[in-house]
Design a protein around this ligand. Structure first.
Ligand code: CMC
Length: 390
């Protein structure tokens, strides 16, 4: 004891230097490579944000079209990979499928194994950004027993994901620009969030020199937990449990008596507001209006909860505001995405953050393997006794 700093939960330890994402929790600021998240959500698109996170700057027109083309080239998965799915129970949670199948990508690309080669790193990043939506949609189709839909090159990145989710061999998917834009915003807002648990996991796994596909699979595993990526799913479960707008006031009483937590409210880092929530709220209203859902009982309940909480001294005193997941859950539900796919959508969007952080770390020639120490609390030295004498 005394040799090492004890910092459980890494409350006071910076594990790396990074140039990718900046957060100021007190001021409610989130910047990707210096660009405020609000500006990116309003004016950019997800693939441009991917380019930015990966390369450090926004692309010019030529760089952008080259990048979009490259991503498009890699959207198919090897037909052998499709066979992995049949090994899963049909009702397997899609996150379990994601951990397995994305990890399995590490067995497919023997042409890009040299992580010290920047071109190999780039092609691995492209393969991940391109194939994770395909795998995510396959996980959903497998779950509901429908055939896998191949990606279609005429669609944008987000449209293509919706096509693979919602089209069937009998019926085409017809993009609705308001809904496509809403999902694009969800992707942009979730693309990176500096050294959170899953990103730290990717970095730690990567620090040993492991395959980037295996590292991203470890990030998906870390994201799965309810304290991390599962909050948007928890918001919907909470709304289902409340059941009716007439029970909202009672529920809020229970929250103040600390019987339950209002899911989708509060944040460890953001103490005044979550800048992502402001963007998501606006998107949420746009989507509800577009789909004529403002009168849907579930959404009415969510809006009632929000209104009560924003006026209630309990929440005001504790600086509890809606976070990004309060609204993203509502939007995803309105888009027709089932609750068990919510965390998968988060993983899809965060893949670019994980692989950008991994690339940054690998490019650093001074990097060392991540190897935390411990404060040992166990038995002191003792001598072995034969089993008959114990
Ligand atoms: N509902 C009711 N009361 C709350 C809530 C909530 N959601 N969050 C915090 N409080 C109260 C808490 O009871 C405590 O009250 P008191 O001072 O009387 O004891 C006070 O606020 C401070 O709470 P805390 O637990 O010390 O805060 P924390 O920083 O440890 O927790 C949090 C942050 C996000 C885990 C918590 O706010 C929470 O559980 N929120 C609900 C879950 C959620 O929506 N999580 C998604 C976060 S956004 C996605 C991401 O970026 O990962």
């Amino acid at each position: 004891a005394g040799l090492f700093t004890f910092d459980p939960g890494f409350m006071a330890t910076a594990s790396c230097e990074s140039k990718i994402t900046f957060i100021d929790g007190e001021a409610g600021l989130l910047y990707y490579r210096g660009y405020p998240i609000e500006q990116l959500a309003a004016h950019s698109d997800f693939l441009e944000v991917c380019y930015l996170l990966l390369n450090g700057d926004l692309p010019n027109a030529e760089q952008k079209s080259e990048f979009v083309d490259k991503v498009r080239q890699h959207t198919m998965v090897h037909d052998q990979l499709a066979r992995f799915f049949s090994g899963f129970r049909r009702d397997a949670h899609p996150m379990a499928v994601m951990v397995g199948v994305v990890g399995a990508l590490s067995a497919f690309y023997h042409d890009s194994l040299d992580i010290t080669n920047p071109e190999h790193r780039e092609i691995s990043a492209l393969r991940l950004i391109s194939k994770v939506p395909t795998i995510a949609a396959m996980a959903y189709k497998y779950n509901i027993g429908e055939p896998f839909m191949y990606p279609k090159n005429k669609f944008s990145y987000v449209e293509n994901f919706m096509h693979m989710m919602f089209a069937t061999p009998c019926e085409d998917y017809v993009p609705n620009p308001v809904l496509v834009r809403a999902l694009e915003r969800i992707f942009i807002l979730h693309a990176d969030h500096e050294q959170n648990a899953s990103t730290s996991t990717v970095r730690l796994a990567g620090s040993s020199g492991a395959s980037p596909f295996a590292c991203v699979s470890s990030g998906i595993a870390a994201l799965w937990g309810p304290a991390h990526g599962g909050a948007n799913e928890a918001v919907l479960k909470m709304l289902e449990e409340i059941g009716d707008v007439s029970r909202v006031a009672d529920f809020m009483k229970g929250v103040k008596e600390k019987k339950y937590r209002l899911m989708g409210f509060g944040h460890r880092v953001y103490r005044n507001m979550d800048p992502r929530a402001a963007v998501m709220r606006e998107t949420c209203y746009e989507v509800l209006k577009e789909l004529n859902l403002a009168d849907d009982p579930m959404f009415k309940m969510a809006l009632e909860l929000e209104q009560i909480a924003l006026r209630d001294p309990y929440f005001i005193e504790r600086k509890l505001y809606p976070n990004v997941d309060f609204y993203s859950g509502i939007v995803l539900r309105a888009l027709g995405i089932p609750t068990n796919m919510f965390t998968v959508i988060f993983a899809l969007a965060r893949t670019i953050g994980w692989i950008s952080q991994w690339s940054e770390m690998i490019a650093d020639t001074e990097r060392r393997i991540g190897r935390p120490r411990q404060l040992y609390q166990g038995a002191t030295k003792r001598d072995f006794m034969p089993v008959t004498e114990r």
